[in-house]
Design a protein around this ligand. Structure first.
Ligand code: ZN
Length: 134
């Protein structure tokens, strides 16, 4: 793990403990590294209506945007309590496509620090994004 990855992992683990997941019982944490060096974290926040549920990755990204961070995600780290690290879901990949790039690094990890890294373009190729609306 690089120093940045360790910082992302630690931030995601703190957020993971705050997850509101009374329905799935899946506790997820995420952290994003923005182009300006800031790190934002988030946890999944479930809702009794289910449709109101937001994943940890999107919470972290929306926090970064709402706090005024430069809108270029360099790295995303997702941590779950599952043995096999969970990757971002389709909704989160679409949001990463909005604020990241094909070179954004996606790290999936479990609480023991087992980690797998992907280049975003490899897990979400040919993404629909802002350039399609130019
Ligand atoms: Zn998601």
């Amino acid at each position: 793990m690089t120093d940045i990855q360790k910082k992302l992992f630690d931030a995601a683990c703190v957020a993971q403990k705050r997850a509101h997941a009374p329905y799935s019982h899946a506790l997820i944490g995420a952290a994003v590294l923005m182009a300006d060096g800031q790190i934002f974290s988030g946890c999944n926040v479930e809702n009794a209506s289910f449709g109101g549920t937001v994943c940890a990755e999107r919470v972290a990204i929306f926090k970064a945007v709402s706090e005024g961070a430069k809108k270029d995600i360099k790295e995303v780290l997702v941590v779950s309590d599952a043995e096999k690290p969970w990757p971002p879901c389709g909704f989160c990949r679409q949001v990463i496509a909005e604020f990241g790039s094909e070179n954004t690094l996606i790290h999936t990890a479990n609480l023991q620090g087992k980690m797998k890294t992907f280049k975003f373009a490899d897990i979400f190729p040919e993404a629909f994004g802002p350039s399609h609306l130019d």
